[in-house]
Design a binder for this molecule. Structure first.
Ligand SMILES: Cc1cc2nc3c(=O)[nH]c(=O)nc-3n(C[C@H](O)[C@H](O)[C@H](O)COP(=O)(O)O)c2cc1C
Length: 179
């Protein structure tokens, strides 16, 4: 069975897991067979025809274990179509759309290891009580008071849906060019 698509993610407070499950559900509704799994559970990519990998952003980067996952599996990833995405709060800022280019550059270290067929930049969620570190909770409370962004779930399901449909059409095209 090599027709499955793997959607794999790295998360701290759960919003990237939710995005991954939604991508999985969308692809399933479009007739694909998928696994949605955290990156730390993946050892072998041989069962998968394509991989969609995503991470939460912290300090302008993918989470360290997500970058490690790409580095560890880069040879296998480069043998199949790969799409990557990130989930962050910068795009939630009042003029967040102006920062898309900067946000996209956060994936440059990943682009240096694999050549994604597409890159998804998604708005995330801020639930301050779920942030483990006291000083990070303090910083985020301050940022909300200063109206940098609002607490809450800002994930844009329409935009994630549209991106997933685009990925499906890329995959269909690359399959038909192989046949
Ligand atoms: C400690 C910490 C640092 C963060 N740093 C950034 C950042 O540099 N840029 C950004 O846009 N969002 C940043 N965020 C926001 C997260 O990317 C956002 O809340 C995301 O939805 C979290 O995903 P998760 O729920 O899957 O962990 C940060 C969040 C935390 C808790």
């Amino acid at each position: 069975m090599k027709d499955k698509i793997l959607i794999t993610y790295s998360t701290r407070t759960g919003s990237t897991k939710g995005v991954s499950e939604f991508i999985g559900k969308t692809l399933t509704d479009l007739g694909e067979s998928v696994d949605v799994l955290p990156m730390n559970e993946i050892e072998d990519l041989s069962h998968y025809s394509a991989v969609i990998a995503g991470s939460a952003v912290q300090s302008g980067k993918w989470l360290p274990e997500a970058s490690d996952f790409i580095n560890t599996h880069k040879n296998d990833l480069n043998k199949r179509p790969v799409a990557v995405f990130l989930v962050c709060m910068t795009l939630v800022m009042p003029k967040g759309e102006n920062y898309r280019e900067t946000v996209s550059q956060w994936l440059d270290p990943i682009r240096s290891l694999v050549s994604p067929i597409d890159v998804g930049l998604f708005k995330g969620a801020l639930d301050i009580k779920k942030i483990p570190s006291f000083s990070d909770r303090f910083k985020f409370r301050l940022s909300v008071l200063l109206r940098v962004w609002k607490e809450g779930d800002h994930r844009d399901w329409d935009s994630i849906h549209n991106w997933t449909v685009k990925i499906k059409s890329h995959l269909d095209k690359s399959n038909s060019s192989l046949n």
